[in-house]
Design a protein around this ligand. Structure first.
Ligand code: TRP
Length: 337
């Protein structure tokens, strides 16, 4: 098979600061992929954020800088990655409208990601049409620059599958070979549990450790983490499965052998939660405090962040204009060229 050039695109909805789940689920892959790709884009998905926050544009606006700071602080590098804001590339909106004819209402309403998210949001009989349609706009986010590699959290895979359906239909219907298959890149820790033991770390569930949390906040959250409710006295036998502290030690503690020894001791009895929690607190502070320090440094100069976005937007629009010339030609709406 012909080796294709890797074009990476990824993004976040600006609805809040990012947490450890984002870090392990996709930011780490972003940092890695920016050295392998021929082009790399990071998009702040403000339009997508508005699909379920139409009544709260301030929230979306205020969080644009927050998600950019989180990504910069983790090492997504504006010299390698084009940072831009979705709403500032109007070609994405145009491409979304054209893609809408290539997808059915039924496909969207049966999409597993959308189904779960609709339930989580409790829209009932009042689903915003834009929210239901966000996978179409996400296909346009990815394809306006012909990206083919998308680091995402595992929850987003059905959305990428939908994008692949759309691009296949586009190529077939208009007899072109404009877009090539999108590959989702999922991390080895695709879904981080919440500190409360919930299936997923998520802002709406209030069970997150943020990349901007202070050492004191990290310690406080770890001390409240879910362990084994049956492990009451130090000498009791404890359970490792489903014990958040061990799950996190597995994910974040480099000393794998040390963690295995602790597990054995915990299962036998004679090891208290506090010892484990102290160890996890240190591991997480070692990981997060340098990120937080870089974040605080960068946040002192918001103008320079806006400059990164401005020049990124210019770059993204250049790509978008090139793609739209081909798209308009394929759809025979290129009247005056
Ligand atoms: N839907 C993604 C999320 O909720 C954010 C997003 C928008 C995105 N457009 C994208 C991710 C394009 C990857 C590619 O996390």
């Amino acid at each position: 098979m012909e080796k294709r050039e890797k074009i990476v695109l990824t993004g976040d909805r600006p609805t809040g600061k990012l947490h450890l789940g984002h870090f392990v689920g996709s930011i780490k892959n972003r940092v890695k992929l920016q050295d392998e790709a021929s082009k790399c884009f990071y998009m702040v998905a403000d339009i997508q954020a508005l699909t379920d926050n139409a009544d709260n544009p301030e929230k979306v606006r205020n969080n644009v800088i927050e998600v950019v700071l989180d990504n910069l602080a983790c090492g997504v590098d504006p010299k390698k990655t084009t940072f831009f804001i979705q709403s500032q590339v109007p070609e994405i909106a145009e491409l979304t409208i054209l893609f809408m004819n290539l997808v059915t209402l039924q496909q969207l309403s049966h999409n597993p990601t959308i189904k779960t998210e609709l339930k989580e949001r409790g829209f009932g009989e009042s689903t915003p049409f834009g929210f239901l349609a966000y996978p179409v706009s996400q296909a346009a986010d990815i394809l306006f620059c012909k990206a083919n590699t998308v680091p995402v959290g595992i929850d987003q895979l059905p959305v990428l599958e939908q994008a692949n359906e759309i691009l296949k239909k586009f190529n077939a219907t208009y007899n072109v070979n404009l877009f090539s298959k999108i590959t989702g890149v999922v991390s080895d820790i695709p879904r981080l549990v919440g500190i409360d033991g919930g299936a997923k770390m998520s802002k709406s569930l209030g069970n997150c450790i943020y990349l901007s949390d202070s050492d004191v906040e990290i310690e406080k959250k770890v001390m409240q983490a879910y362990t084994d409710p049956g492990h009451i006295h130090v000498e009791d036998k404890g359970r490792v499965d489903g014990n958040v502290v061990f799950t996190y030690l597995d994910d974040f503690d480099e000393d794998k052998k040390g963690v295995e020894e602790l597990k054995a001791q915990y299962q036998k009895g004679g090891l208290g939660d506090i010892v484990l929690k102290k160890r996890l607190t240190k591991v997480l502070i070692d990981l997060i405090s340098p990120i937080r320090a870089r974040r605080e440094e960068l946040a002192k100069d918001p103008k320079s962040i806006m400059k990164i976005l401005e020049s990124g937007i210019e770059n993204a629009r250049k790509e978008a204009r090139k793609t739209m010339i081909e798209v308009r030609k394929a759809l025979k709406i290129d009247y005056f060229s």
